[in-house]
Ligand binder design. Structure first.
Ligand code: ZN
Ligand code: FE
Ligand code: ZN
Ligand code: FE
Length: 256
């Protein structure tokens, strides 16, 4: 059986910035085709929003009809940014918005340069703090997809025992808000060496009727679709049978 994937988390601008052009985006499309991907969603960090070029996306949509090219955005959520985020969402006709937490009180906890910051935290307290911000992200109603849901584990810092109770209030909020969670394979290549969210959290998402989509969080073209066979198998074992898709922020799905 052939499998159709979506990759809804691709950073064509990486962390370099610059500008979208067909020349820049086409290698990602070729890579996606070779990986069995049916929908490719560019979702750069909102700090590089000025680099998005709608005309390049529109042109690629007509040039590559065998693959759905989508335009998304990965927004760094921080309480208080809501108005700024609304303005960003209006700037382009986005198919989807990913909401991600990358910093806590301006500490970029997922960045290797600031890894030393973990030493000043009680890790259980840190997890409560992270998930309280994630809960606010869910409740603000500005996003379609929750990005790398348990990224607080990126460097392998985890409290003792069961992690589900830390995430549970945020998962409840995500479920009530009707948000989609991405299975993000980048975590497999980070020190935590685990998909985001973990199998345990994905299983809880399934129980709470939270739909899923799939993203590689590629920052270079060779990472597009990375470990999707693994992710698919995991989602399938948990019980998922569909991946959520978006057009102009309206939801559809494809068989997993
Ligand atoms: Zn990034
Ligand atoms: Fe991120
Ligand atoms: Zn991200
Ligand atoms: Fe990302």
């Amino acid at each position: 059986m052939s499998v159709d994937y979506v990759d809804y988390h691709v950073h064509a601008l990486g962390h370099k910035g610059g500008q979208y052009s067909e020349e820049l985006l086409i290698p990602y499309i070729h890579r996606a085709r070779g990986q069995g991907i049916r929908e490719l969603g560019f979702a750069d960090h909102d700090e590089y929003i000025a680099g998005i070029d709608e005309a390049s996306i529109a042109s690629l949509k007509t040039r590559f009809t065998d693959l759905n090219v989508k335009l998304g955005l990965e927004v760094s959520y921080r309480p208080g940014r809501e108005e700024e985020i609304k303005a960003a969402a209006r700037r382009f006709p986005f198919d989807f918005l990913i909401g991600s937490v990358h910093d806590l009180d301006s500490w970029m906890f997922d960045h290797p340069d600031y890894r030393f910051g973990y030493s000043s935290w009680d890790i259980a307290e840190l997890y409560r703090k992270y998930y309280s911000v994630l809960e606010k992200l869910a409740l603000c109603g500005l996003f379609d997809i929750v990005g790398h849901l348990d990224v607080i584990k990126v460097f392998g810092y985890q409290p003792e025992g069961d992690l589900l109770p830390f995430a549970e209030p945020a998962l409840q909020a995500i479920s009530r808000a009707g948000l989609v969670v991405e299975a993000n394979t980048a975590g497999l290549h980070k020190p935590c060496a685990e998909i985001y969210p973990s199998k345990e959290l994905l299983a809880r998402c399934f129980e709470l009727n939270i739909p899923v989509t799939l993203g590689s969080d590629a920052h270079i073209e060779s990472e597009v679709g990375r470990d999707f066979a693994y992710a698919r198998e995991l989602l399938y074992q948990i019980g998922y049978r569909r991946l959520t898709t978006f057009v102009q922020r309206r939801r559809g799905s494809i068989l997993l």
